[in-house]
Design a protein around this ligand. Sequence first.
Ligand code: F6R
Length: 616
Amino acid sequence: MCGIVGYVGPRAATEVVVGGLQRLEYRGYDSAGIAIYDPEQGLQLRRSVGKLSNLVQRLGQQPAIGHVGMGHTRWATHGNVTEENAHPHRDASGRVVVIQNGIVENYLELKSRLLEMGYHFQSQTDTEVIAHLVGHYYREEQALEPALRRALAELRGGNAVVAFCVDEPERLIVARLGNAGGVVIGTAPGETFVASDVPAILDYTREMVFLEDRELAVITRTGVTISTLSGAPVTRTPVNVPWDPVAAAKGDYKHFMQKEIHEQPRALMDILRGRIDQEAGQVQLEDLTLDDRALRRVERIYVTACGTAWHAGLMAKFMIESLARVRVEVDYASEFRYRGPILGDDALLLAITQSGETVDTLAAMEEARAQGVPSVAIVNAIGSQAARLADGGPIYLHAGPEIGVASTKAFTSMLAAAYLFALRLGQARGTLKPAQIREHLQAMVELPGKAATVIEQSLPICAELAERYHRASDALFLGRQANYPIALEGALKLKEISYIHAEGYPAGEMKHGPIALIDEDLPVVCIAPRDAIYEKMISNIEQVRARHGQVIAIGTTGDTLLATKADHVIEVPATLPLLQPILTVIPLQIFAYDMALRRGCDVDQPRNLAKSVTVE
Ligand code: F6R
């Protein structure tokens, strides 16, 4: 939450910083601001409420010139959405500026101390406290680095902070405390970049270093010097991030979400690359450090995640229990960390996260580490904190950057990654013979083509459905077994981008309450592929119809019976039962997208949401 960008080098800093913020706007869009420095113009602060486009407009009237600067896109935590509360924030002298991603938990205490010392505050934010503290210590230290170190020593909470002082105009200093915000530093000859996330600086470099918790980096044109907050030097070799800048651009698509929906066949192919040997019936996960022996020792897996990733976690339970016969519990990461879980010697934690930055998921991983339990992370963002915390290794999705706030391609890739992990586990534990693995892999290899078919078939039907149902105030999504998490995911997609109240339910539970909602105005989306539970699902559809609900069914290609039971049917090709959700969810993504579009909603940046949830 909140995006930060900084630059030192020969280019026009405003261009680099604003360009970077445009790539990070998914992290928050309540307000945006930049601070650019030039020896002649001095420190130029420009801030605007609302989307980044407002700031860009402002910069058209009042340009900011210079070769060093920082910018911020805000997801409000402390203080309303106002220009005064937009970052960057200045100290009392106006010579120090600061941006922050995260929360200063003890800001009230620090603020009252600063007020007593005679400081005046311009905003209600916790970040201004950091600015004043740094300015205060600067007066004593006459140097930014020790001043920032002293200020950081007083903060509680998790933050990523960038600071600049006009008296040291050739450098930015960035620091990271806790897990509330990733910091990536990009280097190129004669220039250095800093950002909360890789896509912001991909246009300029792929050589990147990631700052760890309690580290500080001094950024100049010639590179970066990293040390711990206590001052010990840190040597870190840059990693080469293999993402293509084009992948982080919208291209010909109207929205990132639309683009990412269409990228799913490609992503489902990429996730298999170099990982499967169909002939031998084997799965190899290149970064997994747990060998067969370690995998055989695992008797219990705790899956933990948030939001859409948690839905993928529910699916992972089905997959792992069925293919590898290991007991699985699934927890919301935000609950897991506070319930005092007793994990045990034979446990493994499986974290699932697109961004690799979700603060609760990271905290759950830390809880596992504290109990001596290894963790594995199914993660998309290369080099992210989750990938680094996973001592059992990351399983990268290789889905490319996901920018749309509503997760789509990362979700289907998470399902495929969980399936691969379940196969790998089954292979190590002997619950699956090579011939069986071969069969599963064959089904996985066929998925990209089938996903492409689903997209093609769903587009015209979903456009019609949106035309018909976009004025609905509620919607119900029903599924059973493996398609129950998909009902949850369909409801989440619809509510988060179209603001229609939607609920996902196990279809068998409908009679225990939600059935009361059904009337002739309620669209009821029923996920009913031809699987072991199909007939039960048909009975549930009959129950909906008997109450005049409008049934939109997702069913297997050629299912003539379903066509007689539902008002609308979207067909998906058949595959193995636990892979079927990868296909059944796609029409639901397209349906949500079309509904939101028809309602005039901002699909990529739905209100109140941000993509990387780095605060509790
Ligand atoms: C919904 C959505 C969120 C995320 C959740 C976890 O479309 O995207 O629910 O799934 O915030 O994020 P990650 O996967 O980055 O940990």
